[in-house]
Design a protein around this ligand. Sequence first.
Ligand SMILES: NC(=O)c1ccc[n+]([C@@H]2O[C@H](COP(=O)([O-])OP(=O)(O)OC[C@H]3O[C@@H](n4cnc5c(N)ncnc54)[C@H](O)[C@@H]3O)[C@@H](O)[C@H]2O)c1
Length: 332
Amino acid sequence: MDRVLVTGGAGFIGSHLVDQLLLLGHGVDVVDDLSTGRLSNLAQARSGGHGQFSFHQMDVRSPALAELAKRRRPSVIFHLAARSDVARSMEDPFEDLTINLGGTLRVLEAALNGGGAKIVFAASAAIYGDAAIDLPIQETSALVPSSPYGVSKKAAIDYLDVYRRSRDLEYTALVFANVYGPRQRGAAESGVISIFTERCLTGRPSTIYGDGKQTRDFVYVADVVDALVRAMDNGGGLVINVGTGRETSVVNLYELIARTAGSTLRPRLASARPGDILRSCLDASRAATQLGWRSFTDLDTGVGSLVDWYRANPEEYFLRRSARQSDGAKEE
Ligand SMILES: NC(=O)c1ccc[n+]([C@@H]2O[C@H](COP(=O)([O-])OP(=O)(O)OC[C@H]3O[C@@H](n4cnc5c(N)ncnc54)[C@H](O)[C@@H]3O)[C@@H](O)[C@H]2O)c1
């Protein structure tokens, strides 16, 4: 079994990854500054029962990360810590730059210091921007990000590639489509599903930005975790899409969630937000070839699980809403 380090492990995707790694018997160190993550996401991990687990409240940009890696000598570093809010990146691109790129450079330094860990990086479909005419988007498509967030993810991959060639550090960059599932906070990328679900269940109207015809590729968090785990030993030096290959418009998504949650509320329409891309959908053929991965949760099933989870954890509505407000995120 491996010792691994997960940056951003108290966040939405990171905490599900940590649970799975512990279940598989790996020793896990989590580094997170709890800026958007929460310790309660790690309740299962902290309650023990499986592999070894340690939590380190630390900024990923801290030089202490390299010290930690030197002590723990992880074989893999999953690098998920990031600002992942497109709208916020348009307002404050400097914050994106320092956290997303500064953090990636610290992770590279830590991998070197800890004896050469492989880095599995969480990239985003935002790297492609709106340039791809042919959908689903393949990894060979032009990278023309529409937001500073997309630029930061694209440049991080460039850094990983430079270090692979110059310092012999292995990496795999997984390009996530829009991930959804339990523990997601509304303000983060693709939080639209958790926002609509929370609003439909609490009887508050949702807002659709633009005409609602914009499409996204929604992939369930358990499927994404499966891809991350597979990338521990596969896909070296590659950028690999992790999506379903299916487009869903925001209007159709709203209707599905409202139906599943039993809501008859109609959404409000507002003007489109800068930086948002129009259509997105990822071709995951490379993930099938290189990782033996494909998504296995369809949208109806995933939304059904999410609605059930919210109903079983009603305190989540209020936690999520107050977290978004303290983030300074716009109320929907
Ligand atoms: N959710 C999606 O749909 C999606 C899609 C594409 C890519 N991604 C990427 O996946 C990763 C995880 O996203 P998520 O949705 O779980 O978001 P999240 O906000 O829930 O998780 C990010 C975690 O990183 C931590 N973090 C942020 N800045 C930090 C810093 N300076 N130092 C230490 N920790 C810090 C946060 O506290 C949080 O726990 C991110 O890199 C994101 O860009 C997410």
